[in-house]
Design a protein around this ligand. Structure first.
Ligand code: UDP
Length: 340
């Protein structure tokens, strides 16, 4: 068609100061990625609508001439002037409690949002990376999970809004790769933790640490025999950066294979915080996956990546963050009650 420029998919030469667009840039992972990219010399445009992200996560970047923030819902058309080299699509609620509360927004950002982010990448000839998830494996029947496993997802269950949105997002990403030649990458992110998680986001790490720091009982769901494998955020971001700079469009698991039961994890938190807490058992949420452990053979061989931060070290940093958060919240509360 006359007048319509052909997409430059994947053909753009890298610039001296590359420009990255990070959707969900004010979220837990998005904001750590933004910091990493700025440190690596990128110009960064972060987009977020603050549904689950927070201005606190990017406040320290105010005044940085290479950082720009746009408050926008990425399910709407993304208009940006100038060149873009990389699009990192991280926008999505990611905690079961969040996506149970806002299932339609979760489905929309995974589907329409991914479509818009891919459209931006295609239009700019940028490389595109999708933040997918271990949830695409559902309640897995293969253990540990390799990328070749197609998963065991309940499409109409309460977690279906997240799992299926991400599965759709992967399908859409591959379609843009195959049909439009966009240089795409897909990372399947396993449980990740670290500073900037929201204290009340309902996920097990902030939940247990918050409870322990208040010496309250730790709420273990079910019998606590379900397993997870926890990766510290700096390891994850390093793996994702390597993936973007690799040449693989196949999905790659990034996570820490050190697996433990949720009950063992509760004990680890009690020990690491020195809490006088006990464990109490609460009903297991519907469709809660029984086991999860990434097989990271592909990341090891293709990206020469593996996690470096062990659980004690990662927990120490995360606990320090939450301690500080709780302290400043209680100080604010005291000041307010004195003023009133
Ligand atoms: N969990 C728990 N107590 C809590 C929060 C979560 O026992 O207060 C369990 C949850 O049932 C799941 C695991 O911890 O088996 C991890 O939950 P999370 O919400 O962090 O993420 P998921 O891995 O399920 O997506």
């Amino acid at each position: 068609m006359a007048g319509i420029a052909k997409p430059k998919a994947g053909r753009q030469a890298p610039s001296a100061t590359p420009t990255s667009v990070v959707t969900g840039g004010a979220g837990f992972l998005g904001s750590h990625l933004v910091d990493y990219l700025l440190a690596a010399g990128h110009r960064v445009v972060a987009i977020d609508n603050f549904v689950t992200g927070s201005v606190d996560n990017i406040a320290h970047l105010g005044g940085n001439p290479r950082f720009k923030f746009i408050q926008q819902d990425v399910t709407e058309f993304i208009f940006l002037e100038g060149p873009v080299d990389f699009v990192w699509h991280f926008a999505s609620p990611a905690s079961p409690i969040d996506y149970l509360e806002i299932p339609i927004q979760t489905l929309k950002v995974g589907s329409l949002g991914t479509h818009k982010a891919l459209g931006l990448a295609k239009n700019k000839g940028a490389r595109f990376l999708l933040a997918s998830t271990s949830e695409v494996y559902g309640d897995p029947l293969v253990h540990p999970q390799t990328e070749a496993y197609w998963g065991n997802v309940n499409p109409i269950g309460v977690r279906g809004c997240y799992d299926e949105a991400k599965r759709f997002a992967e399908a859409m990403t591959m379609a843009y790769h195959r049909e439009h030649g966009v240089a795409t990458r897909i990372v399947r992110i396993f449980n990740t933790y670290g500073p900037r998680m929201r204290l009340l986001d309902g996920r097990v790490v902030p939940a247990f640490i918050g409870q322990a720091l208040k010496h309250r009982p730790l709420t273990v769901f079910g019998g606590g025999e379900q397993t997870r494998s926890f990766c510290y955020v700096s390891d994850l971001i390093e793996g994702i950066y390597r993936l973007m700079n690799s040449s693989t469009h196949e999905p790659v698991n990034i996570g820490n294979p050190q697996e433990m039961t949720v009950h063992e994890f509760a004990q680890a938190i009690i020990q690491a915080t020195g809490a006088r807490s006990r464990v109490v058992f609460r009903p297991l949420p519907v469709d809660d996956p029984r086991q999860r452990q990434p097989d990271i053979t592909r990341a090891r061989s293709l990206l020469r990546w593996e996690p470096k931060v062990n659980l004690n070290e990662g927990l120490e940093k995360t606990i320090a963050f939450f301690r500080e958060r709780l302290l400043s919240t209680s100080l604010r509360r005291k000041t307010r009650s004195k003023e009133n």
